[in-house]
Design a protein around this ligand. Structure first.
Ligand code: KG4
Ligand code: ZN
Length: 339
């Protein structure tokens, strides 16, 4: 099947055309993404009103470019939540218009389900297995700017949220540390780069809830600890602050994954979300268990992209879980384990 996929839930407008089925590896024929990072940098974070306007400017030219020279797709896959209302609405209206005018079936996709499927997206250099090779139960760690969740996947489409952040997301914690040491938004990639030159043991930042029984997370205490450290040490070594804060965040993530593995004995582990680009996290999870197959997105698909939405749409398409354009609505707080 051929799928046109659209993603506009945060600060990237992304459109992709891909083909695949459950049994065959996915092929991405085209993908274009318009990033808004340069616009939001000036504000130190994503401004919803500005994001909506930028999505509206970018989306139609992107769709035109991606669809040029392509066959009419069998499905349109659109992110309908969770995310910013202003962004979701732009993508949804574009998808509805195409569905109505070209008579193409619509599939509405949860953004986090997209991140889970990003591990199955190939690049020019790297091939990936077909979706039906995934063994269940699969455990997924989703770490992005807006979410930190541990999800148990019993099959495609059957999710149970085992843990979530009670305050800041892991990516948000990286971004806040970056902001405090005066790095540009988003701070995550820059913090992890400076961390390479720093000593991760230099400062003993707290690991909130690490030994707590639950699989929930909390990162706001770490942010406060970094703030106080910087106030007390005006001549701080930025590399050491970045390395020590990164280590604290990754230690908590890895400890919770280990706990979840012990409790649920999964056959597979899937990493997803923007923070999956973090090298320390990638290597820390790589060898977590010999009995578990580890699925990880190529770094180019760690961040928000439309291809992952198309990949997540494949099992919904095979189950014919389409939605009439009249019924499609944005759902900014859509939880992955709720319909
Ligand atoms: O999934 P994503 O593109 O957007 C959301 O859905 O939030 O994730 C973006 C987040 C940002 O917080 C960014 O700082 C973080 O992912 N991030 C990283 C790295 N690359 C991106 N955090 C830590 N280390 C990285 N290398
Ligand atoms: Zn995301």
């Amino acid at each position: 099947m051929n799928i046109l996929a659209i993603e506009s839930s945060c600060d990237d407008t992304s459109v992709a055309y891909l083909s695949g089925s459950f049994k065959e590896p996915i092929i991405i024929h085209a993908q274009k993404t318009a990033s808004q990072i340069d616009v939001h940098k000036a504000f130190g974070g994503v401004v919803p009103e500005v994001a909506g306007r930028k999505h509206a400017e970018a989306i139609t030219p992107l769709i035109e470019e991606i669809l040029k020279d392509k066959k009419k797709p069998d499905y349109i896959a659109i992110t309908s939540g969770p995310g910013l209302m202003t962004g979701l609405m732009v993508g949804i209206e574009a998808a509805k218009t195409l569905s109505y005018s070209l008579d193409i079936s619509l599939l509405h996709i949860n953004h986090l389900e997209g991140h889970i499927h990003s591990a199955f997206l190939p690049t020019q250099e790297v091939t990936k297995p077909a979706l039906n090779t995934l063994q269940f139960p699969a455990l997924s760690l989703l770490v992005s700017g807006g979410h930190t969740e541990i999800i148990l996947m019993k099959s495609f489409g059957e999710y149970e949220r085992l843990g979530k952040t009670l305050d800041d997301a892991a990516g948000e914690a990286f971004d806040k540390v970056g902001k405090m040491v005066k790095l540009e938004y988003p701070g995550g990639p820059k913090v992890s780069k400076l961390a390479l030159e720093g000593d991760a043991k230099a400062i003993n930042f707290p690991r909130p809830m690490m030994t707590h029984d639950s699989l929930d997370f909390s990162f706001s205490g770490l942010k406060t600890a970094v703030l106080y450290y910087l106030q007390d040490n005006p001549d701080y070594n930025i590399n050491d602050v970045c390395a020590s804060a990164q280590q604290a965040i990754i230690d908590v993530l890895v400890a919770k994954v280990k706990k979840a593995i012990k409790l649920y004995n999964p056959k597979s582990l899937i990493l997803g979300g923007g923070v999956s680009a973090n090298d320390l996290l990638r290597t820390s999870l790589q060898n977590i268990s010999d009995d578990i197959t580890f699925y990880i997105p190529e770094k180019s698909y760690s961040m928000d992209n439309a291809a992952m939405i198309g990949a997540a749409a494949i099992h919904h398409a095979e189950k014919e879980q389409t939605i009439d354009w009249r019924d499609l609505q944005a759902n900014p707080n859509w939880k992955i384990d709720k319909a």
